[in-house]
Write a new protein. Structure first.
Length: 325
């Protein structure tokens, strides 16, 4: 008998809502600290603290033995995907408004719906696929291809970084659905935090003295390459909070994609859009331009449409009479 993924949609939705809320707080804190610390230092401290919380969760879910896995290379690949997703997104976050970066990143649920066909074998009909394409039209609008590059807040490369983050994040979550059959959510979180620690230490060895940041004016590359500095006492509390928050994010999202199919869980990640707009307005006095509002509307509308179609399809299947042979 082969193991099958659990499917508890209601609980999965609660987990993804908690995870997305924690992500929005994490993004706000990282943007707040992006002017004084390098990204790889923030990631190292956040993950170092976060892995401690994750190991406590490991004990609560069964003990050290649940960290054993028969698929170590898949876990490493999953960890590297989420590292690429986070690093590319946070580099963009240093240069563009929080709502803009978040809105572009929300191509991720669209990627998840599309990629669930070849990777998970899930069925996505023509109507749902059309809605996904409408969502991608929103991503294109937010890129503002008709605007001269000198008129944009950041380079087009920086504007594409959240989309790269969305793609790698989508691949990560689909792998979570597969690996979640045999791994607990706390174990999945530990693997991710450990990958972050190793990669950030690698950045420290190569660029931790800040030599590659000399003469660089771009805020995104400064955030990536500047030298490590010792955090102030006040910032240590923010770092500890981000570490605990990282453990919550890793656990909640891993649990959500273990408990239900990707097409059911992914649309609820759109809660992050209004949260990003709120934090951008409340903390950084930022409000999106009209292109971003239009893109948000298209992505949000297409995502909700896909979700409603999926739920309707699920109800029809559930009510269908069982035929005896």
């Amino acid at each position: 008998m082969t193991a099958q993924p659990q499917n508890r949609a209601g609980l999965a939705i609660l987990f993804v809502l908690a995870g997305v809320t924690a992500i929005s707080i994490n993004d706000m804190l990282i943007k707040q600290l992006s002017g004084g610390y390098p990204l790889h230092e923030i990631v190292f401290l956040r993950s170092g603290i976060g892995i401690l919380f994750s190991l406590i969760m490991v004990q609560m879910e069964g003990g050290w033995h649940i960290l054993k896995t028969r698929r170590p290379f898949l876990h490493i690949l999953r960890g590297l995907l989420i590292v690429v997703a986070n690093m590319s997104y946070f580099v963009a976050l240093a240069a563009i408004p929080l709502a803009d970066a978040t809105a572009l990143f929300f191509a991720a649920p669209l990627f998840i719906t599309m990629l669930s066909i070849p990777i998970l074998g899930e069925k996505v009909g023509i109507i749902r696929m059309s809605a996904v394409l409408v969502g991608f039209a929103g991503v294109v609008i937010m890129q503002r291809p008709w605007v001269d590059a000198d008129s944009l807040q950041a380079s087009r490369l920086v504007l594409l970084l959240p989309v790269l983050a969305a793609l790698t994040y989508a691949l990560n979550q689909l792998m979570t659905r597969k690996l979640g059959v045999e791994s607990k959510a706390s174990a999945l979180s530990v693997y991710i935090q450990a990958t972050f620690i190793v990669v950030s230490l690698g950045f420290f060895v190569v660029a931790g003295d800040g030599r590659f940041a000399e003469g660089v004016d771009n805020p995104s590359w400064q955030f990536l390459l500047r030298a490590w500095v010792w955090p102030t006492p006040q910032d240590w509390w923010w770092m500890i909070g981000m570490g605990a928050n990282a453990a919550v994010v890793g656990y909640c999202l891993s649990q959500a994609y273990r408990l239900a199919d990707a097409a059911t869980v992914a649309p609820f990640e759109y809660v992050g859009l209004p949260l990003a707009v709120f934090w951008g307005w409340a903390i950084f006095a930022e409000l999106p331009v009209w292109e971003v509002w239009a893109g948000i509307a298209l992505i949000l509308g297409s995502g909700l449409f896909v979700f409603l179609r999926e739920r309707q399809k699920t109800r029809i299947v559930a009510r269908a009479p069982v035929r005896r042979r």
